[in-house]
Design a protein around this ligand. Structure first.
Ligand code: PLP
Length: 395
């Protein structure tokens, strides 16, 4: 299992993003971690090796990424996977058939699908609760509960969960449950769940960490030695590992993560404010808005609000008119890249969530989600302006 370099902890987040977990290459002095594009390693003698035997088990490029992200989250260990969902699946495989998981009802649609359609079939039991009320966790805990899994802010309704309160309820429950947070939306730049009492943090590195929409990956970080050991075992035993090039792309992307997040946040705030004042927009969901019902929690728990905004257009036809008219905001799944994206959660990212549950959360056919990139914010506003014009007059 990959352990961080303790010396990196003396540095601030911007420095960690660039340097943590990395050293100049021993053979050449190359300042950038090489892409160790190999499946195996030559052993000098039978039973002897340099810590690397086979690349599913360990790869030096992957090691550097694992140390880097773990250090950003103030964790001791990182375990990288082939996708965000593979990381979530590995975390759930810490459990055994018959165990019970409490999950936020408004998680990413693919996470919901993995739980209900794959791991539910294999014997795990799930309860989905509204994490805005931490007391829901206490009410849902049973003697079989072994995990509480949440996202905050949630995708795409921008609900927040009080991390410290949920950590307390989880601990006070039956004392045996892991508290897991998917920190993909906020990133360690704006929120560090382990510092608030979480046991494990999951990321889709595909999103903000990589930031350039050119790879798919995931990672779990934790300071729990035993859980890290089991996750490293699962990484090798189940084999959903990321390739070295993808690890390298994530590692390179992370070097500018703090810088990018500051711009996503600045442009996100500006565009959310602007959308609130637009006559064609019925409702804006963004934790940075003073009238967001959990704005006070957002200010207390987060160091920025980021670039994810959802807004209600009132009908599928009006949402469609906007989604199909933007030029800079590309109509595409995913989020967190330098380029702006627009999406329709009910038809795209959350199509696998049952319609009843979608409706009860306000995830309607009129809802549009944008991932605000780091282009010139004036251009982004102008693009939305001309697209919203298309919705005028549509019912
Ligand atoms: N977590 C969140 C919050 C996501 O938005 C996504 C994907 O959109 C995932 C996890 C899954 O990540 P991946 O697509 O890398 O499997």
């Amino acid at each position: 299992m990959t352990r961080i370099f303790e010396r990196d902890l003396q540095y601030g987040l911007d420095t960690r993003a660039i340097h943590a977990g990395q050293e100049p290459d021993e053979t050449t002095g190359a300042i950038m971690t090489p892409i160790y594009q190999t499946s195996t390693y030559v052993q000098p003698a039978l039973g002897q090796h340099k810590g690397f035997e086979y690349a599913r088990t360990r790869n030096p490029t992957r090691d550097a990424l694992e140390r880097n992200v773990a250090t950003l989250e103030s964790a001791k260990h990182g375990i990288a996977f082939a996708s965000g969902l593979a990381a979530t699946e590995a975390v759930l495989k810490l459990l055994t058939a018959g165990d019970h998981v409490i999950c936020g009802e408004n998680v990413y649609g693919g996470t919901h699908r993995l739980m209900t359609q794959v791991l539910g079939r294999l014997g795990l039991n799930f309860s989905f609760v509204d994490v805005r009320d931490p007391a829901c966790i206490a009410k849902a805990i049973t003697p079989a509960t072994k995990m509480v899994f949440i996202e905050t802010p949630t995708n795409p309704m921008m609900h927040l969960a009080d991390l410290r309160a949920i950590a307390e309820h989880t601990r006070a429950g039956n004392g045996e449950a892991f508290f897991v947070v998917d920190n993909t939306f906020a990133t360690p730049v704006f929120q560090r769940p382990l510092d608030c009492g979480a046991d494990l943090v999951v990321h889709s590195t595909t999103k903000y960490l990589n930031g350039h929409s050119d790879m798919v990956g995931g990672i779990v970080v934790t300071s729990n030695d035993e859980a890290a050991d089991q996750l490293a075992f699962l990484q090798n035993a189940a084999g959903a590992v990321p390739g070295p090039l993808d690890c390298w792309l994530a590692l390179r992307g992370i070097k500018t993560l703090p810088l990018r997040m500051r711009q996503h946040d600045a442009s996100g705030r500006r565009i959310a404010d602007w959308l609130v004042g637009h006559s064609e927009v019925r409702q804006v969901y963004y934790p940075g808005l003073p009238d967001h019902p959990q704005h006070e929690l957002a200010c207390r728990q987060m160091e920025g609000f980021g670039g994810m905004i959802s807004f209600e257009m009132g009908s599928l036809e009006r949402a469609k008119a906007v989604c199909e008219r933007t030029r800079l905001f590309a109509l595409a799944e995913s989020l967190g890249g330098v380029e702006s994206l627009i999406g329709h959660p009910a038809i795209m990212t959350h199509a696998s969530v049952p319609e009843g549950l979608r409706q009860s959360m306000g995830l309607s056919f009129g809802l549009v989600r944008i991932s605000v990139g780091i282009e010139d914010p004036d251009d982004l506003v102008a693009d939305l302006e001309q697209a919203l014009e298309a919705a005028r007059g549509v019912d």
